[in-house]
Design a protein around this ligand. Structure first.
Ligand SMILES: *Cc1c(COP(=O)(O)O)cnc(C)c1O
Length: 393
């Protein structure tokens, strides 16, 4: 293993990502393509490696949150279609065309201006567009048939744009009450029927995120947008208990003990605010991870890590770069491996449990893991690549 100076790292098990792709593949409609959603640095897992691996094992397109995230993938040599799911400022239209990055659009004025920009910048190439339909997410998208027809016409009339997709996004597909999801689906289908009735041929149609892909495989259409499930996490406890698809978490967070001491002298206070006072002879270990790494300060005096296959509590406040854990009366050694998220000797700290403690969702726990933590990629059971943050090279 590569020598780290600050011994905290993420292990990304690419074999798990391959398994998850396969499990979803068998579950959805045969002809549906899989778009791997690798926004936010692949939900903290590392976008370049995840994208490459996903494309090798069943995904055929990629989605990101910004043109910049797409350019990172292009610079790494990835040639598959890349869709930006959010709004893109007109100032980035030329750059998007040059890097062959597909944009989402929903306004006629934006389409006309984008076409004019590309007309002036001859040689930038054509810009591929997916149209967003808002059927109940209330975020971005056209909301009426009239607006949909207008933008479709505008895109088709634009010499420098090509219409390649149309999609909507579900807001409650991870919930037990399926009323709104079915309503959104029906609404989307009726928008599509309206276009077909005008003799408009449809490009790639997509709507499902992970939750819908699992709960409504019949909604898979031409393509699904697979995010959280790719990483082996379920969109919600409800989707998990449906037991329809077996997913394997890909990410573990590990560290080595930086220092161990037995609290023999006074004062026995631990960390900022002295919110924890150790017992005499309590063994305290210091770990090189803190809130700047994405280990939430809200886990102060409440998180756990695994040491020798046993849960040990975080004591005192989480600091920017370090935490302390109590080993109780057990011994511990400097340099020993601890698991912060993941498995150790039959014990586990699931990301889902950490999310629950933090009153949030697993998406936030993984996507906020800082880029300063090196990622180790495991393939065929072995570490084959280490990505160290550029700022440290
Ligand atoms: C993030 C995102 C997805 C992926 O959702 P998951 O729940 O992670 O599968 C799909 N579509 C859009 C529009 C998104 O923003």
């Amino acid at each position: 293993m590569t020598k780290l100076c600050r011994e905290v790292w993420i292990e990304v098990n690419l074999d798990a990502i391959k398994k998850n792709l396969r499990a979803i593949r068998y579950h959805i409609t045969k002809k549906s393509k899989i778009m791997a959603v690798v926004k936010a640095n692949a939900y903290g897992h590392g976008s370049v490696e995840v994208a490459r691996h996903a494309l090798e094992h069943g995904a055929s397109e990629l989605a990101v949150a910004s043109v910049e995230e797409g350019i990172v993938l292009r610079k790494a040599g990835i040639t598959a279609p890349i869709l930006v799911l959010g709004f893109t400022a007109l100032s980035c239209v030329k750059k998007s065309a040059v890097w062959n990055i597909t944009l989402s659009a929903f306004q006629v004025s934006w389409i006309k201006k984008a076409n004019r920009i590309l007309e002036k910048e001859a040689g930038s190439g054509r810009l591929a567009i997916h149209i967003i339909v808002d059927t109940g997410m209330g975020r971005l998208g056209v909301r009426t048939e009239e607006d949909l027809l207008a933008i479709v016409k505008a895109v088709r009339l634009s010499k420098y744009l090509s219409w390649e997709g149309i999609f909507t996004h579900f807001s409650t597909a991870d919930e037990e009450d399926t009323t709104l999801t079915k309503l959104q689906h029906d609404k989307f289908i009726s928008f599509l029927r309206f276009l077909k009735n005008q003799d408009i041929e449809l490009p790639t149609v997509h709507m499902s995120n992970t939750a819908a892909a699992i709960a409504f495989p019949e909604f898979s259409a031409d393509m699904i947008r697979l995010g959280i499930g790719l990483y082996g996490l379920y969109p919600s406890a409800y989707i998990k208990q449906l037991n329809l698809v077996k997913l394997t978490p890909a990410l573990s967070l590990k560290a080595r003990i930086a220092y161990v001491k037995t609290m023999r002298t006074e004062p026995r206070t631990i960390s900022y605010g002295a919110t924890y006072i150790a017992e005499p002879d309590e063994v305290i270990a210091t770990l090189p991870i803190g809130y700047a790494d994405g280990y939430s300060r809200a886990l102060s005096n409440c998180g756990f890590v695994l040491h020798r296959g046993r849960r040990v509590p975080v004591v005192g406040r989480v600091t920017m770069d370090m935490i302390m854990v109590s080993l109780g009366e057990s011994e511990g050694k400097q340099g020993e491996e601890v698991v912060i998220y993941g498995h150790q000797k039959g014990a586990e700290i699931p990301v889902d449990e950490v999310a629950e403690m933090l009153n949030t969702i697993n998406y936030e726990v993984v996507s906020t893991l800082s880029r300063r933590i090196p990622r180790f990629y495991i393939r065929d059971g072995e570490i084959f690549k280490v990505s160290t943050p550029v700022m440290y090279v």
